[in-house]
Structure formats: structure tokens, C-alpha cells
Design a protein around this ligand. Structure first.
Ligand SMILES: Cc1cc2nc3c(=O)[nH]c(=O)nc-3n(C[C@H](O)[C@H](O)[C@H](O)COP(=O)(O)OP(=O)(O)OC[C@H]3O[C@@H](n4cnc5c(N)ncnc54)[C@H](O)[C@@H]3O)c2cc1C
Length: 455
């Protein structure tokens, strides 16, 4: 079977590539191969009652399937070059922002209309943060919410399904360079194409490594972010989240000069498990629908670790720490901030007696046995710093879930078209190591689609 373009991965990067390709040239024959299920078949078995923790499904519905890792996410599209990826380094800041705005327009057209666009520009919190040695990053944030995000995906699929061939539950095993294009192998057989877009996200990171090795594409892996997810009563951060929804706040620790930052803030949200290549870490999301909201707000506190020669496996380092928490807690560990400070483990009784109800069933334990001292010290310092702008953050009952690891895919060598050293082989989205967010991944998809059509 011969296609003009084959897209590997149906996350935001893959979806927006497909959308833009057929919009610009309806004659193009495009196929999307996706390891996970179709959107209506995606279902995480954790129901909080019969199944409380991750059972390691063959295809993780949180990470894989139409919509990619973003399908059950909070649907926060951060329109900014300040975080979420380094796409601007390849295509320029202005163009990157324009593409993110274009993605936002499409999301609005396909079900997101009426959702709120928050902005940090000129916010009084910026001043409050600076006065307390904290730095609020600039961004516009479109918050779709998990429910509306899902509707947008349903509508995008309805738009694309008759124009593009979708192959679900079809992991691609290999990509080969052949005369005039590429051949891809999967269980069902071999397919050919002139151009190939690889957009396999974080869940495809291991596979991406083998592709780069096989096709001799240079890569680099030097960064991993490690930390915890903080959960506290929604009132503590309400003055920030009501106005800004998501605030990215950066702090430089006094002790080591490390940077600690807030990440993925979910007002009235829930903490969830995340399964990356069999390792259970923690994440969070929230709903736009008030009926589904909780009484808690959660966000991650992450410390960025950059490694230099000779160490090259930053993700391996993050995985080892996550494995340690899985070994001690059978999954994610939860600890009260007060217990951590007093050097004692949290017990089920101490968690039960707290004035906050955890939204994730995790194992009460001791995070100091898991996280390296330097990282833990940084997190504790930042919690006290945040307490100055959001009093109550450093409360004894504040819950810390660990570990949260932000794996960065190795950065793949591509040019300004996001094309690898092989002509017509594009590597985009989180799988390229260039993006780490819905808006940047989607924008990278639009960018390559336009390059291919222009070609
Ligand atoms: C719980 C959660 C919440 C999040 N919340 C937010 C948020 O609010 N805002 C934000 O900006 N970002 C958020 N993120 C991150 C965001 O989802 C990702 O940055 C984004 O989805 C990346 O898009 P992508 O297309 O590059 O990759 P992905 O979305 O990861 O999609 C890649 C797809 O490729 C498929 N695949 C992998 N290997 C193969 C293969 N060999 N063959 C075929 N298919 C393959 C996978 O199954 C997957 O569906 C969240 C992530 C999670 C897990």
C-alpha cells in the first residue's frame, strides 16, 4: 500500500499534521498508524473502587490512542515560548506563537468555543511573586478541561476519519529508508510512503531511540525533571488560579542555586497515576464541568537535572528514582508535608486524620527514602517560598505524591523543517525532544504539514 504521507502516532502532533495536510491538499493520500486504541475504546480501568492502582494494561489508555497522552489531560494549551518546548529555536518565536494561535482557533472551531483564555500579562501576582523571590512566567493559557478536550478530539476525528486512513492498535515496528521514500513495518504488513512523520510522544520514546540508532540519526539526552505532586485545599491557591488558572512559578534555591518550578496546575482537580514504559509516576488533571470538580488543587514541583559528560542517560536516572518509589510503595507514595519535615513516614492513619482527602489512592510512605537530598531540599525550600504568596502551602496536611518525573525524550537532530538527515523523514512533537506540551506538539504538526505541502 502506497501513501503520500504516513504519520506514526495519533497524539496532538500527529492529529494536527493530518488535519493540515488534508486541509491544504485534499488529494493527498495520508495514513495514521497508532499503537493505542480509537478514542471511543480508550478506557483506564482504575475506578477507585474495584481497581485502585495501575494494572499495567498492554496499551495504556492514558498515554496511547487517538489524542495521544493529551486525550485525558487537562487540556491546557499554553500559548507561549517561555515553556512547553523549544520549537521556537527551530522556527522562530513569532512563527511558533502564530502556529499555537492557529491551533487554538481550530480547537475553538471543533468544540472549544466558550472556554476561558487566561493571561499572566500585567498580573498583580507577578509583582507579588517578585517581592518574594519567585518568578511568574508569561503565558496565555486556554483551559479546555478534560471533558471539552475530549469533545474537541471527537470532533477532529469525525472531520478526519473519511479523509485519512486510520490504523488503530497498530504499533509500527520499524521504519526503513527505500528508494523514493520510506517503508514501515507493522504486524499487519508493510506500507510505503513518500514522506513520513514520526510523532510518537513520550510513550514511544524507547522505540524512537531504536529508530534513530537504525537510521543513524544523531540524538542527545541530558535533561530530566524530578519532583513531587503537591495537593492542597483549593482555597489556598484560589486567588491565583481564579485569575490565571495555571501559573508557572520558578524559584532559585538558596542552598544549591537549583531551579524549582511549578508545573501543570489543576485547580479543583485530581491526582492520577501515569504509566511510562511500566513505571508508575504521578500526574494530575481537572475538569471544566463543576460537577466533576474536587475540593483540592494539585500541581507539580519539579527540579530540572542537567547532566554533562560522561553521563548520557538522564531518563534512566529519572526511571531509577521512580522505580525506587514503585519498589517501596508498590506505585506512587503519598506523604504529608508535616511528616516529611519531622522525618517520619506517613501512615494510613495519619493520612486519614488529615484535614484534606487525597484524590488518588497512593501508599503512605516516606519520600526522603526515594528522592535525592538535593532535590528534596529544593522542593521543601520552594514550598516555604510559595507559602509567602499562597499562605497554607506549607501546612502539615499538604500532601506530596512521589515521584513525578518529567522525562524528556532525547533531542533528535532535525533542521528548521523538523526534517531529519533523511529527506522526507520528519520527527515532531514530544518524541523529537523539542516539544513537551499540547500546544507546541500540535504546532509542530502544522509546521511539518505546511512544509510537506509547500514541497
Ligand atoms: C495525564 C497527562 C496530563 C497532561 N496535561 C497536559 C496539559 O494540560 N497541557 C499540556 O500542554 N500538556 C499536557 N500533557 C502533556 C501532553 O499530553 C503532551 O505534551 C502531548 O500529548 C504531546 O503530543 P505528541 O503528539 O507529541 O505525543 P503523544 O500525545 O504522546 O502521542 C504519541 C502517540 O504515538 C503513539 N505511538 C507511540 N509509539 C508508537 C509506535 N511505535 N507506532 C504507532 N504509534 C505509536 C502513542 O500511542 C501515542 O498515542 C499531559 C500529559 C499527561 C500524560
Amino acid at each position: 500500500m502506497k501513501y503520500d504521507v504516513i504519520i506514526i502516532g495519533a497524539g496532538p502532533g500527529g492529529i494536527f499534521s493530518a488535519y493540515e495536510l488534508v486541509r491544504l491538499d485534499p488529494q493527498l493520500k495520508v495514513a495514521v498508524f497508532e499503537a493505542g486504541h480509537a478514542l471511543d475504546k480508550r478506557h483506564c480501568p482504575i475506578d477507585g473502587e474495584k481497581i485502585k492502582t495501575c494494572i499495567g494494561c498492554k496499551s495504556c489508555s492514558i498515554m496511547s490512542g487517538f489524542g495521544g497522552a493529551g486525550a485525558f489531560s487537562d487540556g491546557k494549551y499554553n500559548i507561549t515560548n517561555d515553556f512547553g518546548g523549544t520549537l521556537y529555536e527551530y522556527i522562530g518565536k513569532k512563527h511558533a506563537l502564530e502556529l499555537m494561535q492557529y491551533v487554538d482557533e481550530i480547537n475553538m472551531r471543533y468544540g472549544g468555543e466558550g472556554t476561558k483564555l487566561y493571561s499572566t500579562a500585567g498580573s498583580r501576582f507577578k509583582t507579588l511573586c517578585i517581592q518574594n523571590d519567585l518568578h511568574l512566567l508569561d503565558a496565555s493559557v486556554r483551559h479546555l478541561g478534560t471533558d471539552i478536550n475530549f469533545i474537541v478530539l471527537e470532533n477532529l476525528y469525525a472531520e478526519l476519519k473519511d479523509k485519512v486512513d486510520f490504523f488503530f492498535d497498530t504499533p509500527v515496528q520499524a521504519v526503513r529508508v527505500v528508494d523514493g521514500g520510506y517503508e514501515i513495518d507493522c504486524k499487519q504488513g508493510t506500507y510505503c510512503c513518500t514522506d513520513c512523520i514520526i510523532s510518537v510522544g513520550r510513550s514511544g520514546s524507547k522505540w524512537m531511540e531504536t529508530v534513530c540508532k537504525d537510521l543513524d540519526i544523531p540524538t542527545e539526552s541530558t535533561r530530566v525533571d524530578i519532583g513531587v505532586r503537591v495537593e492542597l485545599p483549593a482555597e489556598v491557591f484560589a486567588h491565583l488560579t481564579d485569575e490565571l488558572y495555571e501559573s508557572k512559578i520558578v524559584y532559585r534555591t538558596e542552598k544549591y542555586g537549583d531551579r524549582v518550578r511549578t508545573f501543570c496546575m489543576n485547580p479543583k482537580g485530581a491526582v492520577v497515576n501515569e504509566n511510562t514504559n511500566g513505571i508508575i509516576t504521578v500526574n494530575g488533571h481537572s475538569y471544566e464541568d463543576p460537577a466533576k470538580q474536587t475540593k483540592n488543587t494539585n500541581f507539580a514541583l519539579l527540579v530540572a537535572k542537567h547532566f554533562s559528560e560522561p553521563f548520557k542517560d538522564s531518563n534512566g536516572y529519572g526511571e531509577s528514582i521512580a522505580r525506587l518509589s514503585n519498589m517501596l510503595g508498590g506505585g506512587v507514595i503519598v506523604q504529608r508535608f508535616g511528616d516529611l519535615i519531622r522525618g517520619q513516614r506517613s501512615t494510613p492513619k495519619r493520612i486519614e486524620e488529615a484535614f484534606i482527602t487525597p484524590t488518588l489512592s497512593a501508599t503512605p510512605g516516606d519520600l526522603s527514602l526515594v528522592l535525592p537530598k538535593r532535590i528534596l531540599d529544593g522542593i521543601i525550600e520552594m514550598i516555604y517560598a510559595l507559602d509567602k504568596v499562597a499562605p497554607g502551602t506549607a501546612n502539615d496536611d499538604t500532601l506530596l505524591y512521589g515521584v513525578e518525573v518529567k522525562f524528556y525524550n532525547m533531542e533528535v537532530a532535525v533542521n528548521e523543517q523538523l526534517e531529519s538527515r533523511h529527506k522526507g523523514l520528519y520527527i515532531i512533537g514530544d518524541g523529537s525532544g523539542i516539544t513537551h506540551s499540547l500546544s507546541h506538539a500540535s504546532a509542530s504538526g502544522v509546521h511539518v504539514a505546511r512544509s510537506i505541502v509547500a514541497k
